[in-house]
Design a protein around this ligand. Structure first.
Ligand code: ADP
Length: 272
């Protein structure tokens, strides 16, 4: 069976990471380890996640005309995602990340080209998936053009400008949802997730126990897996259980895109 067709309209970043003993205080300079560079951005992460889970994915975004662009897109290319991106005069989106020896981080995101996502003309697909690292106008345009299901992961937290069919939020992002007529998935970290319809709980799932080493992209894996599972026609309980398993797998591995699981890995951890 061919997988569902999903269009992701979202952000792509290059994550620049420096590990150091202790995070610098304002005005302080500390010496860190060698610079590490990883493709990231919630849009790109979720597009890669959907593709690993068996969907045919198109990613619509924007990058700069700079050497960071190719590096930021490498994960999408390796995952076989079709790319429709604008080259802009803004720099490619960048996240400047410092990590101390205890895993505490500081992150400054420079959206750059992600601020210019827009002006697209979406081909029909089974679903359109957005996050909030692009302008509201781009989210609204994607919502207006969506021919199938519209799913919004309301991260980072900001008042959402549309009424999605499916919204995915964590505890902090819940307040950004004024009200939606659709389904709302609320993620609760290691406790799992609940699915709400008209404010009423319609499903609840607990993730398999894992040794959590890095929560980065757990929400991205969850969102992608919930959407793909629902589009595959799985019932709500099964879709939510699979999404929780995907989030747990991502939390049990280091990094963002490298930690995103395949459908086979989700089957395996659920004992299917
Ligand atoms: P976000 O990273 O967006 O805040 P969560 O931390 O709620 O999202 O994680 C998303 C999902 O990933 C959770 O619903 C859960 O299924 C899974 N998950 C996250 N952290 C853990 C963990 N420590 N152990 C098991 N599963 C986890």
């Amino acid at each position: 069976m061919a997988g569902p067709r999903i269009t992701v309209v979202g952000s792509v970043n290059l994550d620049l990471v420096v590990r150091c003993e202790a995070l610098p205080q304002p005005g302080e300079t500390v010496t860190g380890a060698s610079l590490e560079r990883f493709p990231g951005g919630k849009g790109a992460n979720q597009a890669v996640a959907c593709s690993r889970l068996g969907a045919a994915v198109t990613f619509v975004g924007a990058v700069g005309r700079d050497p960071f662009a190719d590096e930021a897109l490498v994960g999408l290319r390796e995952a076989g995602v079709e790319l429709e991106f604008r080259g802009t005069d803004e720099p490619t989106g960048t996240a400047l990340i410092t990590v101390d020896s205890g895993g505490e981080t500081t992150i400054v995101v420079s959206p750059g080209a992600n601020r210019l996502v827009g002006g697209f003309d979406l081909a029909p697909s089974d679903a359109v998936l957005c996050q909030q690292e692009i302008p509201d106008e781009a989210v609204i345009a994607a919502w207006e053009q969506a021919s199938g299901l519209f799913c919004l992961n309301a991260a980072p937290a900001r008042r959402i400008p549309v009424d999605p069919d499916l919204a995915v939020v964590n505890r902090f992002e819940l307040e950004s949802l004024a009200r939606t007529d659709g389904l709302v998935a609320l993620t609760l970290g290691a406790e799992g997730a609940v699915l709400l319809e008209d404010g009423e709980e319609v499903a609840r799932a607990v993730p398999p126990k894992v040794d959590a080493v890095d929560g980065t992209a757990a929400g991205d894996a969850f969102t992608a897996c919930l959407l793909v599972s629902l589009l595959e026609g799985r019932d709500r309980d099964e879709a939510l259980a699979r999404a929780c398993a995907a989030g747990a797998l991502a939390a049990s591995r280091l990094g963002a895109q490298p930690s995103l699981p395949t459908a086979d890995e989700v089957d395996a951890i659920l004992g299917a």
